[in-house]
Design a protein around this ligand. Structure first.
Ligand code: GAR
Length: 207
């Protein structure tokens, strides 16, 4: 069974979706740890309620970003997960971590990348005036929100949308997409060639 570590900074609803999917046996994997850079993250409470070890690396208690990254890398190497899922983790991962876990780190982002990378993606989409928004699960590379796309799910943008309503509707799709991608990875059904990611139709490897 594959071992997953989740990184989350805040509310943790995507983390909860992963935990529920594992508990319901939709993902055949073990979540071996939750790591948060924020001691106040609700995700930490979710982990504790689910008996998942929670590690808090309080970003503000480190002298600088490189010291934080070093501690995070050390912890990840100790945990040695098969998959690292960024679920509302609001920091850029350093190169050393990305290089240590090649093709093993995925992120969920609340826009249809490559549109609207970075912060406040839903607000960016509204301001731009797009008619379709959504979420993207992608592999993490050294450039922010730029790795190969694994899965996207869309929602219409309504004429009277505001950023909260749009974000809520995108979040519903995030809670489907992230567990679904983890399920496929755990079934060894994701293949990447360059930027192109394909999903094998069945676990035997025959499309
Ligand atoms: C989610 O919408 C996630 O896509 C976004 O933060 C939110 C976290 O919610 N992540 C990013 O913007 C990363 N660039 P959650 O803590 O309830 O999962």
């Amino acid at each position: 069974m594959k071992q997953i570590v989740v990184l989350a900074s805040g509310r943790g609803s995507n983390f909860q979706a992963i935990v529920s999917a594992i508990q319901e046996d939709n993902i055949r994997a073990q979540c071996i740890a939750l790591i948060s850079d924020n001691p106040l993250a609700v995700a930490v409470d979710i982990a504790r309620d689910a008996n998942i070890p929670a590690h808090v690396l309080d970003f503000l208690s480190f002298p600088d970003k490189s010291a934080y990254e070093e501690a995070l890398l050390y912890l990840l190497v100790q945990l040695n997960p098969d998959i690292i899922a960024l679920a509302g983790y609001m920091r850029l991962l350093g190169d050393s971590i990305i290089q240590t876990f090649p093709d093993s780190i995925i992120n969920i982002h609340p826009s249809l990348l490559p549109s609207f990378p970075g912060l406040h993606a839903q607000e960016q989409a509204l301001r731009y005036g797009v008619k379709i928004a959504g979420c993207t699960v992608h592999f993490v590379t050294k450039d922010m929100d730029n790795g190969p796309v694994i899965m996207q799910r869309s929602v219409p943008v309504l004429d009277d949308d505001d950023k909260e309503h749009l974000a809520d509707r995108i979040l519903v799709e995030e809670h489907k997409a992230l567990p679904e991608v983890l399920r496929l990875i755990c079934e060894d059904r994701i293949r990447r060639e360059g930027r192109k990611v394909t999903v094998l139709k069945n676990p035997s490897g025959f499309p």
